[in-house]
Every structure is written in structure tokens, then in C-alpha cells.
Design a protein around this ligand. Structure first.
Ligand SMILES: NC(=O)c1ccc[n+]([C@@H]2O[C@H](COP(=O)([O-])OP(=O)(O)OC[C@H]3O[C@@H](n4cnc5c(N)ncnc54)[C@H](OP(=O)(O)O)[C@@H]3O)[C@@H](O)[C@H]2O)c1
Length: 254
């Protein structure tokens, strides 16, 4: 019999949100390469299909939904109850902005929390219920950000939401440990994706160069984040919970 490799995800069912773009898309692809069966979630069905076409194996499933709609999310996730247990979740769906304090309205606060925080907690609650999480245990990974730990001018709104998840993951890790559910964060620096390409700092070469200079190893690629997520989903990380892994090319080492 072939020896079990601790980084292997064969036989595991992994839910990836934000799978229609950027980091989430690469996470879905990388999980498929190490053998996982992947459930791809985001709103845009066409782009989810594009991700699917880049994946290894054909046993994956697309589940389009708006994660800010709690009732719709619960209804659609019910389709996963027949899978025999979910072993992992990479929650990459999220939104970002650069906004000075004077422009942070109640509406914007509420909208950002709804997408980046409320949806994360709702998803975790639903997928760790009996009948959903695998009996042998599960691993939840939140894609947070260096902005949840350090600051930059104009990043208050985004930082608030990512810092909330970094803090919440620790209490979740303690609460869910008896169920053998691990909860960790991966905090990227700037990664080249549609999100970062549309950010204000990407609009002129001088601003982009400044951002690059903050990353001693240069800007990240989605694969750099996906590899860290695969590790946190795999049995190789079975004794790791409640942590926040900085995957940032040295951004926070300064
Ligand atoms: N790129 C970076 O530099 C960077 C750095 C640090 C942290 N991050 C974090 O990494 C994560 C992924 O970022 P990215 O760069 O890959 O961004 P992206 O390319 O813009 O992808 C964002 C994903 O989130 C999904 N999404 C957004 N709102 C949703 C909703 N209401 N319901 C369901 N899905 C939703 C989008 O899918 P649909 O539009 O199809 O719904 C898309 O798949 C985010 O949480 C971001 O904050 C990114």
C-alpha cells in the first residue's frame, strides 16, 4: 500500500470561496492538483466555470451564491450534506478598498463587515455543523491580510474587517477544537490579482514601485498563498490552530 503523504489532500472535500478569481481561483486549482474534491463558491457562475476548466480531475462541484445573503447561503450549502463530510474550507471571498476616514460612512462600514466578516462567520457556522464537517475533523482557513495586523493610511475600513477575522479566528479555534475543527488565518501582502490590479496603488508606476519596495521578496503570486493554504488544510498542520500565517514577502518583517 502507498504511504500516506502528510501534504496530500486525496480523499478530502474542500470548500473554496472566492473561487471565481485571484487567490481563491488558485486555491481551487492547487487543491485539485493534490487530489482534493473541491466545491467552488462565488457569485459569477461563468468565472467559476473558467476555474473549473483549469483544475485537475472532474469530480468538483460549482455552487454559485452570494455569501452576504445568509438565508440563500444556508439553503445552497444544504446540497453538501450528502458528500460524507467536509474536511476543509478556504474562505477567500472578500472585498477591499482604500478610503480616507472622511469617506467612511455607516453604509460602507456595514457593507464591508457584511462581506468580509458576517459572511465568514455564517459560512463557518454552517459548515461546521454536525452532518457537514467530516467526523475525523476539519480545517478552516480565512484569507485575511497584512492589513489586519499593521496599518497603512486609507486602509482603516479594510483593516477593521481583516483584524476582526484575525481576532475571531483565535476564539473560534478554542471553541471548535473539541470538535477537531482547526481554524487559522493566512495573511497575504500584496498579491497580483484583479483586486490588487484595480487598487489605487496600481494606477501609476510610482505608487506601484512604492508598494513593491515594502515587499523585500517582491509582490506575491496567488500560488504563494494557495501553497500555504494547502499546508493548513493538510494533515501536515494537524497540531496548528488559532494562528495567523503571514505570507507577505517580508512586508511585516520591517
Ligand atoms: N490581492 C491581494 O493583494 C490581497 C492581499 C491580502 C489579502 N487579500 C484577500 O484575499 C482574498 C481574495 O482576494 P483576491 O485578490 O483574490 O480578490 P479578487 O480577485 O477580487 O477575488 C475576490 C473573490 O471574492 C468573491 N466574492 C466577493 N464578494 C462575494 C460575495 N458577496 N459572495 C460570494 N463571493 C464573493 C469574488 O467572486 P464573485 O465576484 O464571482 O462573487 C471573487 O471570486 C480577499 O479576501 C482579499 O481581501 C488579497
Amino acid at each position: 500500500m502507498e504511504a500516506h503523504h502528510p501534504f496530500d489532500l486525496r480523499g478530502k472535500v474542500i470548500v473554496v470561496t472566492g473561487a471565481s478569481s485571484g487567490i481563491g481561483r488558485q486555491c481551487a486549482i492547487s487543491c485539485s492538483r493534490v487530489g482534493a474534491k473541491v466545491i467552488l463558491i462565488a457569485r459569477n457562475e461563468v468565472r467559476l466555470g473558467e476555474t473549473l476548466s483549469l483544475m485537475d480531475h472532474s469530480h468538483h462541484r460549482i455552487l454559485p451564491m452570494d455569501l452576504t445573503e445568509a438565508a440563500e447561503t444556508e439553503e445552497k450549502l444544504a446540497a453538501l450534506k450528502d458528500l460524507g463530510g467536509i474536511h476543509g474550507v478556504i474562505h477567500s471571498a472578500g472585498i477591499s478598498t482604500t478610503l480616507p476616514l472622511r469617506n467612511i460612512s455607516e453604509d460602507k462600514l456595514s457593507n464591508f463587515f457584511k462581506t468580509n466578516v458576517n459572511a465568514s462567520i455564517n459560512l463557518t457556522r454552517l459548515l461546521t455543523r454536525p452532518g457537514y464537517a467530516a467526523k475525523e475533523g476539519a480545517s478552516v482557513v480565512f484569507i485575511t491580510s497584512v492589513m489586519g495586523v499593521v496599518g497603512e493610511a486609507g486602509k482603516t475600513l479594510y483593516s477593521l474587517t481583516k483584524g476582526a477575522l484575525v481576532a475571531g479566528a483565535k476564539s473560534l479555534a478554542l471553541e471548535l477544537a473539541p470538535k477537531k475543527v482547526r481554524v487559522n488565518c493566512v495573511s497575504p501582502g500584496v498579491v497580483v490579482t484583479p483586486m490588487s490590479s484595480s487598487a489605487v496603488y496600481s494606477q501609476d508606476e510610482a505608487s506601484l514601485e512604492k508598494i513593491r519596495s515594502y515587499h523585500p521578496l517582491g509582490l506575491g503570486e496567488p500560488e504563494d498563498v494557495a501553497n500555504a493554504c494547502v499546508f493548513l488544510l493538510s494533515d501536515a498542520s494537524r497540531w496548528i490552530t488559532g494562528t495567523n500565517l503571514m505570507v507577505d514577502g517580508g512586508y511585516t518583517a520591517r
